[in-house]
Write a protein that binds this ligand. Structure first.
Ligand code: PMP
Length: 356
């Protein structure tokens, strides 16, 4: 006799909700930290002919076919570090958690931060300890160091800058975490291209450090490519957990192509940083609004009745992220991806109307 789903699926999975992805058709899409610009027509044509030559009848090169070497140069990955490629950095979080999931192991992250750190701990059946940030989302170093001493986490995930708050912690505080923790420290630099600091130059030279990055936020969210750099011993073990062909042929070709044109993406990132300052200034001028400092390609703000504003923007076909309900510290918080100048103007026009 067939068993019903709820007798076979793990109870902790039954109790979960799937990661919410809003339907954005017809909206100005500012909910997911994507780059607003497509590749130019001429670059798309060039990419099209490269993709046409792809051997999609064959499995992809498990080693990335030169991609790692190109990333080493463009991302400044030191010679002493090895590189692991993932189907987005999401997959790298999964691989790291799976590899460290000894019975009784603990995963630690700051709260609020990227939800996948906690969700992967659930999937891998390890303990999860969330250490609260201060009310203004800054790092409470003594509390974090105490939690590390008490829980001895196998891994601490630290988003630098943080999502969904946008801020970057003090470098000295993160160094203190690296020096104190006996477990692995994963510095997730998904928003690194928009930030003023990075730990990449230390990858390979600190024995408990892995630095993780992604091409998603700089313009290639659709191809799903993340990478992690760390000491060869770590990467060697993590690589055993990876499915052999996790980065597909089309992604490898597109990523190699994009990296030969990395200047385009760097230029866009610097334009988005400028847009971020303009948008931050505009948002801060509305009554009752607190805009948090951001070194990412998004801005998070708090205001009374955030649900009303969210619904208003939605009625104007602008989709942002309503952070309320995601974490108690995020009540009345909204997150705006920094868009193109035209998109940001549309946001400001809608807000002007709302606040008038
Ligand atoms: N880390 C952080 C901090 C993120 O915000 C995100 C995306 N929201 C990711 C990792 C995952 O990025 P991707 O899988 O697209 O590389």
């Amino acid at each position: 006799m067939k068993q019903p789903v709820d007798q076979l699926i793990r109870p902790d999975i039954l109790a979960m909700k799937a990661y919410p992805v809003a339907d954005a058709a017809g909206f100005i899409k500012l909910d997911a930290m994507e780059n607003p610009w497509r590749l130019s027509e001429s670059l798309l044509a060039e990419l099209g002919s490269l993709l046409a030559e792809a051997h999609i009848n064959r499995y992809p090169d498990p080693a990335g076919g030169g991609l790692k070497e190109m990333l080493r140069v463009t991302a400044g990955i030191p010679a002493g570090a090895d590189i692991l490629l993932g189907n987005g950095s999401d997959e790298l979080i999964t691989l790291i958690t799976q590899a460290l999931a000894r019975p009784g192991a603990t995963v630690m992250a700051l709260e609020p931060s990227f939800v996948m750190y906690r969700l992967n701990a659930v999937f891998s059946r390890v303990n999860y300890v969330g250490v609260p940030l201060n009310q203004d989302f800054s790092l409470n170093l003594p509390v974090l160091l105490d939690a590390i001493a008490k829980n001895q986490p196998a891994v601490i995930f630290l988003a630098y800058p943080n999502n969904p708050t946008g801020n970057r912690y003090a470098r000295e505080d993160v160094l203190a975490v690296l020096e104190t923790a006996r477990g692995l420290v994963v510095i997730d630099e998904a928003y690194g291209p928009f930030a003023d600091d990075s730990f990449m130059s230390l990858a390979g030279s600190m024995d408990n450090l892995i630095v993780m990055r992604t091409l998603s936020k700089v313009g290639l969210a659709g191809i799903r490519l993340g990478y992690a750099a760390g000491q060869p011993d770590w990467i060697h073990e993590l690589d055993k957990v990876r499915a052999p062909y996790n980065v597909n042929v089309l992604t490898q070709i597109t990523a190699r192509f994009a990296l030969t044109h990395s200047g385009v993406f760097e230029e866009q990132a610097s334009q988005l940083r400028k847009e971020r300052s303009h948008l931050a200034e505009a948002l801060s001028a509305y009554p009752g609004v607190t805009v948090y400092p951001s070194e990412a390609n998004f801005l998070t703000m708090r205001l009374p009745d955030a649900d009303l504003l969210y619904a208003w923007l939605k009625s104007r076909r602008i989709l942002i992220k309503n952070l309320g309900g995601m974490h108690p510290m995020l009540e009345n918080c909204l997150r705006f991806t920094v868009g193109s100048p035209e998109e940001n103007r549309a946001v400001i026009a809608a807000l002007d109307e709302y606040f008038q």
